[in-house]
Design a binder for this molecule. Structure first.
Ligand code: SAJ
Length: 452
């Protein structure tokens, strides 16, 4: 029996042993769903702390409760391990490792290459390999297919290769692994057939496409679409400030259009492990074809400039009270890159924090989810306690992340100047409220003796 037929049967009768490499916010939910749908799954990660936590039946990913992990581990259907040698037992491998940027903003695909170096030793089993990490078009071919073919293996015969982009939206209670449509492209027809057969077991809607490049590019289109539109609305916010128009009211009005419009919202910048990074993968690869994307680079510069603008606007606000940034007491409300999660990766709040410190302000932050982070020197910074009586001492509070857990009315009643970068205080009376995307009235000079 050839490898393709053997794999087909193992997937059909669910005796196929599946491996998920990389147990982060993408890999862990995926591994749990595959195991919940009847397969034996080996979860492979180099981080021993993660493995030990999972072996205790506990989870470290907000979207994956302990109750999902524990029974699967106890029944031996989900086997967390740091030992790559289990690859020799696997029939299918999904790769969910990070694809960050290097120091000079180029793609860093070293995590993928390190995994491929391990897989190389175990290809004799003829596994179905599916790359899920977001990356530039051509990665699956260049970093996996060509590497394994150099060893004499034939794709579609000795091993099978697909690309299926992850579509995890951390904190999204409506769309999760099983009910989010999943695009998948195969290197050959047989590769695609096996990929569709496997993933259809635990994902309701599979979207097969003609190649791995189409699948890779579809993911980059999704995230570049977001980055460009977020940058555009950030530019609109600055334009509205200049023109004395409330951008939030404008967005609300435009959103009543039932077709041909999709609202995006201004903010202090973009965070997370995807939107700030993925478009750079695309623009980098396109340059290799002598194609220079203006949209992607412009979006990056606008979004990356937002933290600086927030600090500038705070200085204008403090100036109204004859205060300088230097020696002012600043409280950042929220540090996570988006509401109701604890992830601070690439959060614009991190830059805002550093910029205030560089300007000589005394900066604290409060975040009920992201209770600590590392500053640019690697020093740990802890969230202050929610001791609101203490918070009258601040000269300004800057709302970075509109967590649901905040008591906005209580914060408004403090009487401290607030710079709201998310329109989180919409509808609440705040004595000294300033919003990103709305202008600040001019202030007159007062003789020092008359200064407030
Ligand atoms: N943001 C704005 N204005 C907006 C939307 C977002 O400033 O109108 C900011 C957010 O505050 C955040 C950043 O952009 O800092 C990214 O926001 P996000 O909602 O895209 O969140 P991510 O990166 O966790 O998840 C996204 C997914 N989100 C949505 O589709 C809503 C999705 O694009 C991908 O599945 C995921 O990235 C990924 O892993 O690629």
């Amino acid at each position: 029996m050839d490898r393709f037929t053997a794999l087909q049967q193992k997937i059909e009768n669910k005796t196929a042993k599946v491996g998920v490499i990389g147990l982060g916010y993408v890999g862990l939910p995926l591994a749990v769903e595959i195991a919940r749908h009847g397969f034996t799954v080996f979860g492979i990660d180099l981080d021993l702390k993660k493995i030990e936590t999972l072996q205790r039946g506990e989870s470290y990913i907000g979207d994956v409760p302990n109750e999902s992990v524990r029974p699967l581990v106890e029944e031996g259907r989900f086997i967390p391990t740091a030992d790559y040698r289990v690859l020799k037992e696997l029939d299918a491998i999904s790769i969910c490792v990070p694809t960050p940027l290097s120091e000079n903003q180029d793609p860093d695909t070293s995590y993928i290459s390190r995994v491929v170096d391990q897989i190389k030793h175990y290809v004799q089993n003829g596994p179905l390999i599916t790359l899920e990490s977001t990356t530039y078009p051509g990665t699956t071919e260049e970093l996996i297919q060509w590497e394994l073919e150099k060893m004499g293996y034939r794709v579609g015969v000795d091993f099978f290769l697909c690309f299926s982009p992850e579509r995890v939206d951390p904190g999204n209670n409506r769309f999760q692994t099983t009910n989010t449509p999943k695009v998948i492209g195969g290197t050959t027809e047989k590769c695609l057939e096996l990929g569709v057969k496997l993933y259809s077991n635990f994902i309701e809607n599979i979207v097969p496409v003609s190649s791995t490049k189409v699948a890779e590019m579809s993911k980059l289109l999704e995230n570049t679409f977001r980055s460009v539109n977020i940058a555009f609305i950030n530019e609109m916010a600055l334009m509205c400030e200049r023109m004395g128009i409330d951008v939030w009211e404008v967005i609300k009005a435009s959103s009543t259009k039932p077709f041909g419009f999709m609202p995006f919202y201004p903010g202090p910048g973009i965070g997370g492990h995807c939107i700030p990074l993925d478009p750079m993968y695309l623009s980098w690869k396109a340059k290799g074809y002598r194609f220079f994307s203006k949209f992607i680079d412009l979006a990056q510069s606008i979004n990356n400039g937002m933290p600086d603008y927030v600090v500038y606007k705070a200085s204008v606000i403090l100036n109204r009270y004859a205060k300088s940034l230097r020696n002012s007491r600043v409280l950042l409300l929220g540090m996570a890159y988006k509401p109701d999660i604890d992830d601070v990766r690439e959060s614009p709040g991190l830059q805002v924090y550093e910029l205030f410190k560089d300007a000589g302000a005394f900066v604290d932050y409060y975040d009920p989810h992201a209770v600590t982070f590392k500053d640019k020197h690697g020093q740990e910074v802890k969230s202050v306690e929610y001791d609101i009586r203490e918070w009258k001492k601040y000269d300004i509070m800057v709302l970075i992340t509109n967590h649901s857990a905040f008591n906005y009315r209580e914060l408004a009643d403090l009487g401290v100047a607030i710079l709201d970068t998310r329109n989180a205080f919409d509808g609440i009376h705040v004595p000294h409220l300033y919003k990103l995307g709305t202008s600040i009235a001019p202030v007159e000079a007062k003789e020092p003796s008359m200064a407030i």
